[in-house]
Design a protein around this ligand. Sequence first.
Ligand code: GLA
Length: 668
Amino acid sequence: MNSIDGLRDRLGRIAYGGDYNPEQWPEHVWDEDLRLMKEAGVSLISVGIFSWAAVEPEPGTYDFGWLDRVMDLLADGGVAACLATMTASPPPWLTARHPEILPTGADGTRMWPGGRQHYCPSSPVYREHAAGLAERVATRYTGHPALALWHVGNEYGNVAPCYCDVSADAFRRWLRERYGSVDALNDAWSTTFWSQRYASFDEVLPPRSPAPFANPAHAVDYARFSSDELLACYLVEKEVLRRVSPDVPVMTNFPPSLRPADLWTWAPHLDVVAYDAYPDPYDAAADAKIAFSYDVMRSLRDGQPWLLMEQAPSAVNWRARNAPKPAGAMRLWSWQAVAHGADAVMFFQWRQSRGGAEKFHSAMVPHGGPIGRIFEEVRELGHELAATTALPGARAPRADVALVLDWPNWWALEQDAHPSADVRFLDAAWALHGPLYDASVACDVVRPDADLSAYRLVVVPNLYLVDEEAARGIERYVEDGGTLVMSFFSGIVDPHDRVHLGGYPGPFRRVLGLRVEEFGPLPESGTIGLSQGTGTIWSEDVHLEGAEAVEYFTTGEPAGRPAVTRHRYGRGTAWYLATRPDPATTRRLVDRIREEAGARPVLPGLPEGVQARARVTGDGPCYIVLNHRTTPVTVDLPGPMSDLLGGADAAGTVRLAPRGVAVLRPAG
Ligand code: GLA
């Protein structure tokens, strides 16, 4: 069965393991690896992600012997393999023979071999070689008893888009397909501006470091194109795997940043969604921010459980300062992923590398061997997860709240030459998602044109780019009784980054009951007074057209003018934030709005810093309760519950240790 259900049936537990790079070690270490995997409760291992040069050391010469032995060892040891097609990093012989596959930056600088993932996604040479290797690997290992899952590529989009001549040709083909005629392209890109009119598609280039400023419609189309080209690379290999190995599900792991690819267009092509999460232990909001990513992952395939494919056991090596995870944080954050719908908890990587660029990245088995805190925590979590057989496959109940996310909007919002460089999509999303998270209110993530009717509250952070139809859908949702919260600089442009004329915020004017005349971005780190609290980033000149002002600006140019508004529209209510209130003020507003809308926390009355999420098993709901505080806490429960992690049966309350976790099921 090539779906997540097949994997769940096969593993029967939350999958646990990590990236395994046995080719970095002499074979005698492999026996110890298998012994330690068993000791650590490992059930799934990702093998071969960067093994191209190890299996095809010379063009057309294959050495699968070592991998055969690894796969057999895994099968004998009862560890399933998430086997890579090994195409994430081209070997030196390929780039030496075909330097044209190397990617080129926007400034024309070629990226040379020496790192990884150095290929142009549009390169037919790369794609042909990748498909060839995928076919070899699939043919050899399909039916192998260890094989459970196919892993294609690695973090597509982690490397910046390519701007080479091959990409330029592919971009022109993509544009012909999208626009049909060069006149339509000129119209969409507003090329009468600055004498940019094209006489033919042949004149179009990628947006290579242009003299300022880039044509924003051109730049956003290039982001769309780059996402599509990466998807095409994935699909080339997926087609091979589906043909050769039809029963095994296929996945790729999305990079932490979320930004590079339009994951709504990718989601239908995945058998299961997988994500790599690297929250920064030095960031006090790390758990809140990662919760947003997890909500995105769960939502991509409509609530289907997803896989946490990578996380660090402790420190990473790629930040300027790499904090180890404090004791208990790895367990807590792993359970957080499970609470948000993950059916796997995996790490980068199994054994800490001796050499190479990642030798200071923590691993499940550290340089010092299987002693010490990291391995101890890894082992304990592996056994704890093994025992929770009820959870895999269990979906989250549909959330009361949805947050609108659109990738072209994200890319367009962050173009140059805007009123403020401080308006970044993730900041806007975190600002509105955070208060929901803090209050343990579950939140799905949806596309702008989604059916919103099931949600009590819809949150729309900075939907700058929107088409009329999606905007009309959001308006109808309110008309029909829904509650909307929208933040400033929304409804500004169409999908080609052309302004919706007739007054901001264009297609949302009617539903919001207001008109914005001018934007007043704040100076760097500046704040502006509100009747209660302060605003950050932004202010604007709001004219009410039916909405009422709930908060006012109290300082600066817009003093006395509306800062937060509410509009009763049809049977629903639309709220508008004309600034980004400070976190406490946003929390107060969002609490009020969602309470009025009837969007409830997963469990009532949780103390601050304690989170709960539900998953619905065959035997009813399970509540995963997470204490993100560094002090113990007692939580009142709505009734008697039992703790699947073996904590005492909770007769109405549960005591959580610092960074403690309980998995609760209503008793009886
Ligand atoms: C990414 C990659 C891994 C590894 C980790 C290190 O997630 O997919 O190969 O480099 O980063 O954090």
